[in-house]
Design a protein around this ligand. Structure first.
Ligand code: ADP
Ligand code: MG
Length: 259
């Protein structure tokens, strides 16, 4: 079997605050195959962002082991093999869109001509050709999020972590960005872990949907999604789609039950 992109074993994380300790994750085991698309869903506070931050080495676990493509999460992050997209695109307002997308390459020490060429390619990939010289504030919410995705992909990561990236967008923009993400996943072969509140979005895009429950955060179940690829908005009309959404909703409601 090919090496997994992500291996998580016995993972726990407790936030120690002055008031009290919060067990955000308890004994989480998870394996994610290379090149697959996995979504994390669950009620708010069940530890989705915490898990994503640990995968990206933005946070160290209290217990357990994390391996990213066969090595420590730290190594993947320092080699910029892990890309991040958050709900707020967090673009630098004083830089053009092109220079925002090229920023990780600049930090990586890539020469200007080379990073400009790479940033242009990425802007094309996310449908932002023509907006190279624009300032972030001149772009719509959906376009800003596209730029954030391009920036996250700039260093050709093999793991892309997205934390509710489309939550603030209207439905039509969200549908479009879902399809862009599906296409980027197919084209680049990057392994994707997406945190979302939308079970429909999770089913539409993923190979597996990981359902989490809170207090403490655990994996409740994993739904396998065998719907054919490439995915498109028509995937929602496939006879297998609604049953998966129902199964996801059912698992989620159970989770809310003991929340
Ligand atoms: P989710 O992303 O699923 O909404 P989080 O991973 O953000 O959940 O949070 C999981 C739990 O940990 C919640 O109870 C939250 O209040 C708590 N938590 C998150 N970040 C911190 C922090 N920095 N300090 C203390 N508690 C935190
Ligand atoms: Mg969160």
């Amino acid at each position: 079997m090919a090496e997994s992109a992500v291996v998580v074993e016995g993972l726990s994380l407790t936030y120690r605050t002055r008031a009290r300790d919060v067990v955000a994750l308890s004994d989480v085991d998870l394996q994610i195959a290379r090149g697959s698309f996995v979504s994390l869903i669950g009620p708010s506070g069940c530890g989705k962002s915490t898990l994503l931050r640990i995968l990206g080495d933005l946070l160290a676990p209290s217990q357990g082991r994390v391996q990213i493509n066969g090595g420590p999460a730290r190594a993947a992050r320092s080699a910029r093999r892990t890309g991040f997209v958050f709900q707020e695109p967090a673009l630098l307002e004083w830089r053009t869109i092109l220079d925002n997308v090229a920023l990780p390459l600049e930090l990586h020490g890539m020469a200007r001509a080379e990073r400009v060429a790479r940033a242009r390619e990425l802007l094309e990939l996310v449908g932002l050709t023509g907006f190279e010289a624009a300032a972030p504030r001149q772009l719509s919410g959906g376009m800003r999020q596209r730029a954030a995705i391009a920036r996250a992909l700039s260093t050709r990561p093999d793991l892309l972590l997205l934390d509710e990236p489309f939550g603030a967008l209207d439905q039509i923009t969200r549908d479009r960005l879902n399809m862009e993400l599906a296409r980027i996943h197919e084209q680049t072969g990057v392994t994707v872990v997406l945190v979302t509140h939308s079970i429909r979005e999770a089913v539409l895009l993923s190979d597996r949907v990981v359902v989490m429950t809170p207090r403490p955060g655990r994996i409740d179940c994993i739904l396998e999604n065998p719907l054919p690829r490439p995915r498109s908005l028509e995937t929602r009309d496939h006879p297998g789609f609604e049953p998966l959404v129902r199964a996801g909703n059912h698992a989620l409601e159970k989770g809310y039950g003991h929340a």
